[in-house]
Design a protein. Structure first.
Length: 301
């Protein structure tokens, strides 16, 4: 620690600490941020509108990602693995055995008599002996665990073959992967665009207050006292843009909710709230970060 910093710390220890003083400082810092926003003038509208458009795209994509993940989870719990048994294989015994496999939720026995009866209701068949085997309908907790369950079931000598809509599951996983990757890319683009916009705006404000800031530095004003108003200004732009972005996001969420209801998929209660909180957090965080980076680049404090 330098001698200058040591003296400052020593002086701070003997300074009176008054909560009213802290409130006055917070008030003055807040008013400085408000005045900086006023100085920016009509540019505020352009900045907030641009950020609202960027955050709207992010919010819609993020909400769609959550819906796809929920759809995949529900589909995985609905689809079942069909295990066709050999002749004279003990169906109930195997059902109890397979129910203890990891990630298996339930196992249901579908007798061959019932299968033959159901088939004859759909197709007009001649009076022949029942060629169908006893079937076990195995429900797994997640699509990702389907392969491991099928491998375990196939090893049993009582199982002749298995069936599962593998193509549908793989295509769904590919779609989810693409959506997740796109969301990450869009998030990075949102960060870069937001930081660039805020950076240029704060740079203009710094130039307009250059003399005032220099006087404050000569008077020994704390660096953070100079920085915080700019950070608050960037956070305000992010917050305002996110608030406006909630309007188109509301329509997107309503549309996705209707689609979920159409497919009889229940949307988690906290999903919409989580999307709103995330959007506000992203806007404020990136806005404040853009200001902070601009200060370090254009303001030597």
């Amino acid at each position: 620690m330098s001698r200058k910093q040591a003296i400052k710390n020593q002086v701070k220890e003997y300074m009176p600490k008054d909560w009213l003083t802290d409130i006055r400082i917070i008030y003055r810092i807040t008013m400085e941020a408000v005045n900086d926003i006023k100085r920016t003038g009509f540019m505020n509208v352009i900045i907030i509108t641009t950020m609202a458009a960027i955050l709207s795209i992010f919010g819609a994509l993020f909400r769609s990602t959550l819906s796809m993940a929920q759809f995949a989870q529900e589909l995985g719990s609905i689809l079942e693995v069909s295990a066709y048994l050999n002749d004279n294989a003990p169906a109930k015994t195997l059902a109890d055995k397979f129910s203890h496999i990891d990630h298996v939720v339930s196992v249901r026995v579908h007798p061959k008599e019932q299968g033959w009866k159901d088939l004859r209701k759909v197709i007009d068949l001649p009076n022949i002996s029942n060629p169908l085997p006893d079937t076990l309908r195995i429900k797994v907790d997640d699509i990702d665990h389907i392969d491991s369950v099928i491998k375990t079931v196939k090893k049993d000598p009582g199982v002749e073959s298995t069936n599962y809509p593998e193509t549908l599951a793989k295509r769904l996983q590919i779609i989810i992967h693409v959506v997740n990757t796109t969301t990450i890319v869009v998030t990075l683009i949102v960060a870069m665009l937001t930081i660039t916009i805020i950076n240029n705006t704060i740079q203009l404000v710094i130039q307009s207050r250059k003399d005032e800031i220099e006087i404050m530095r000569l008077m020994g004003v704390s660096n953070w006292y100079i920085r915080i108003p700019f950070v608050l200004q960037g956070a305000f732009y992010g917050f305002a843009g996110a608030i406006i972005a909630l309007v188109p996001l509301h329509f997107v969420q309503s549309l996705l909710a209707k689609m979920s209801n159409f497919f009889l998929i229940q949307t988690p209660l906290m999903t919409e709230s989580m999307v709103v909180i995330t959007l506000l957090g992203i806007g404020i965080l990136f806005g404040a970060l853009g200001s902070l980076l601009s200060i370090k680049k254009h303001l030597l404090v």
